[in-house]
Write a protein that binds this ligand. Structure first.
Ligand code: GLA
Length: 382
């Protein structure tokens, strides 16, 4: 897990450091906690965590915001709130590392630096979790492989932070690689990768929509998906995961399902199959068809999963009408956050800025444009 030569330690005087990227969800929206496939990419914006041992038994966590520093005894970890709530991602990982048998008995100071925007739908939380996990394991030792660390970080988020997320973010952040897309099968946690098509680009368009209720909406979708699965299992039998039900089977029992649950299930079922098709089409270099699947994914999120917003729809509609764009869609949980574009020749900074200018006219608000590349996943060094 050594650092690539292009990435230098940003801290002076630490015993170990870890680094983990943000991620985009290329395609596979809300499929992960439904047992489906997803394709993502780690990106070249990162969170870094430096570990320095202390002589006492205190755990001290520092981020760029000095006011939000946290200090507590290593053996009395408690959830934080308000400006210190950021620390829960770190604390949850410490709790899970200890539960996994990692020896954590020396006081430590953890310092966090980041070039990854927070709250933008780029998974700064999973990046912080993985950067913490690899840095701490590097510092104190421990026998956990990359997949175990990804699963452990997901547990931290599910249990300590309290968000019922799937494995997408942590798996992609852990397994990202230069110029590769990461494919996750969330039923088996099998992780493979496919080459990112050469001479194509990734762009993120970050809205600044306040999404204070995003976690509550995420929980609601998670619960609706569970309710749909349970109902379909009663009706059809053998439905362990919502993705097990094909679109045809779903149509047959449509009248037996509440309308909202039918649409949630249709999104999950069709989206899983779009990811499978996208993987095949990428191998066949049928890039235009892959791009069409990205747009179809957005439409399905918009109408069936209802996790888009007017702002995200505007960006994606604009991308549809822009030369050089292969595909575009909302990326991540939705309910605000970011949209992404996958682009070919003819799309560059001028075209991206034109999307932002149109957005500014329509909403009187800023749209941040971030160009990125599929990048290396989490690593640590001492
Ligand atoms: C968030 C969650 C992921 C996944 C996506 C939606 O990013 O953390 O597990 O469910 O939303 O696909």
């Amino acid at each position: 897990m050594n650092a690539p030569s292009s990435l230098a330690c940003p801290f002076d005087d630490v015993d170990a450091w870890g680094s983990a990227p943000g991620r985009i969800e290329f395609i596979g929206n809300h499929t992960d906690y439904n047992g489906g496939w997803v394709l993502g990419a780690a990106i070249d914006r990162r969170v870094e965590v430096g570990v320095r041992f202390r002589e006492d038994d205190q755990l001290v966590l520092r981020s760029a915001d000095a006011e939000a520093a946290v200090r507590l005894p290593l053996h009395a970890i408690e959830a934080q709130s308000g400006a210190r709530a950021w620390a829960n991602y770190v604390l949850g990982v410490i709790v899970e590392l200890r539960a996994a048998g990692v020896a954590l008995d020396r006081g430590m100071e953890l310092r966090v630096e980041s070039t990854l925007p927070v709250g933008a739908g780029l998974s700064s939380s999973a990046a912080l979790e993985l950067a913490t996990a690899v840095a701490v394991v590097e510092a104190v030792g421990g026998d956990l492989d990359r997949k175990q660390l990804a699963q452990l970080c997901r547990r931290a988020e599910n249990e300590f932070v309290g968000v019922p997320c799937g494995i997408l973010d942590q798996a992609v952040v852990a397994f990202g690689a230069d110029d590769r897309l990461v494919r996750v099968d969330a039923r088996t946690d099998e992780i493979t990768s496919v080459p990112f098509p050469p001479r194509t680009g990734l762009w993120i368009f970050r809205t600044h929509e306040a999404h204070a209720l995003a976690d509550a909406h995420y929980q609601e979708r998670h619960d609706e998906a569970r309710a749909a699965r349970d109902r379909l299992d009663d009706l059809l039998g053998g439905v362990d995961h919502l993705v097990d039900v094909s679109p045809d089977q779903l149509s047959e029992v449509q009248a037996e399902l509440p309308e909202v649950l039918y649409r949630r299930a249709r999104h999950v079922s069709t989206e899983h199959r779009r990811v499978q098709r996208a993987v095949r089409l990428l191998r066949d270099e049928a890039y235009e068809s892959v791009g069409d699947l990205l747009f179809a994914s957005h439409d399905s999120s918009r109408t069936d999963y209802e996790n888009s917003t007017d702002e995200l729809d505007f960006v994606v509609d604009r991308l549809r009408d822009t030369d050089g764009v292969l595909g575009g869609r909302l990326t991540g949980a939705g309910f605000g956050g970011a949209a992404m574009a996958w682009t070919g020749e003819g799309f560059g900074a001028d075209e991206a800025d034109a999307v932002a200018a149109a957005y500014a006219d329509a909403f009187d608000a800023e749209l941040d444009v971030i160009a990125c590349r599929p990048a290396v996943g989490a690593f640590a060094q001492s």
